[in-house]
Design a protein around this ligand. Structure first.
Ligand code: PGA
Length: 250
């Protein structure tokens, strides 16, 4: 049985004050979450605050990006080992905003995935197609290409210590969620593709859905057999919405 996981991706949002009240509310209500592991990914500068507030709770934390390099002369970058220093469990790699706004290639994302694992962080590898790619019937090819870049560099067994998030780019921040059937179809494709190489890894792999998940649509998404939770953007900034989503996990 795969454990459900719900991760909040705060993106470039938050302040010391708003983070405090959000995390306090999550902590106060954590008892209402029965079936999901929960984690939040605040901006780097708030990782220490997350650590202070979440240490010794069941809520994990992680970062939204890392460098593909070892520590050194890379102005403005953060190394995987630094995230470990701040108690991070997870790091998101290959989010579509990084791929599309900051030009991260599949190969670069795979290098970040490798760096995360070498520091014993759990990478949350985001994959997903643009609207025009879906309309051109390229959805499976895109997801396969993004996945293969990691498998080619690190081997299929490396996925055993990772999480995958399927996030159709057209559903991110748009209010347009994939239907449960659309999401399930891609999740099953991803699991099937990995199963061709290692059935055990595929069976145990947590595959999250992301893209306009809200309290009102989480339950129907999470009933799908290959959806193991969610990567939540906008709705993770509101404690009640995020808690409702976590409560919806199987
Ligand atoms: P959203 O973002 O929930 O605001 O659509 C999801 C994500 O980008 O991870």
């Amino acid at each position: 049985m795969r454990q459900s996981l719900v991760v909040g991706n705060w993106k470039m949002n938050g302040s010391i004050q708003s983070n405090q009240s959000l995390l306090d509310s999550l902590k106060q209500n954590i008892g209402s979450i029965q079936h999901a592991e929960m984690a939040v990914c605040p901006p780097f500068v708030y990782l220490q605050q997350a650590r202070q507030l979440l240490e010794n709770t069941v809520i994990g934390w992680g970062a939204q990006n890392i460098s593909h390099q070892n520590p050194g002369a890379f102005t403005g970058e953060l190394a995987a080992t630094m995230l470990v220093d701040f108690g991070c469990k997870y790091v998101i790699v290959g989010h579509s905003e990084r791929r599309n706004l900051y030009g991260e290639s599949d190969e670069r994302v795979a290098e970040k995935f490798a760096k995360a694992q070498s520091a014993r962080l759990i990478p949350i590898l985001c994959v997903g197609e643009l609207l025009e790619e879906r309309e051109a019937g390229e959805m499976e090819n895109v997801v396969k290409r993004q996945l293969d870049a990691v498998i080619n560099l690190q081997g299929v067994a490396s996925l055993a210590k990772s999480v995958i998030a399927y996030e159709p780019v057209w559903a991110i921040g748009t209010g347009k969620t994939a239907t449960p059937q659309q999401a399930q179809e891609v999740h099953a494709f991803i699991r099937g593709r990995i199963a061709e190489q290692d059935a055990g890894v595929a069976e145990n792999l947590q595959i999250l859905y992301g893209g306009s998940v809200k309290g009102s649509n989480a339950a129907e998404l999470f009933t799908m057999p290959d959806i193991d939770g969610g990567l939540i953007g906008g709705a993770s900034l509101k404690a009640d919405e995020f808690l409702t989503i976590c409560q919806a996990a199987r």
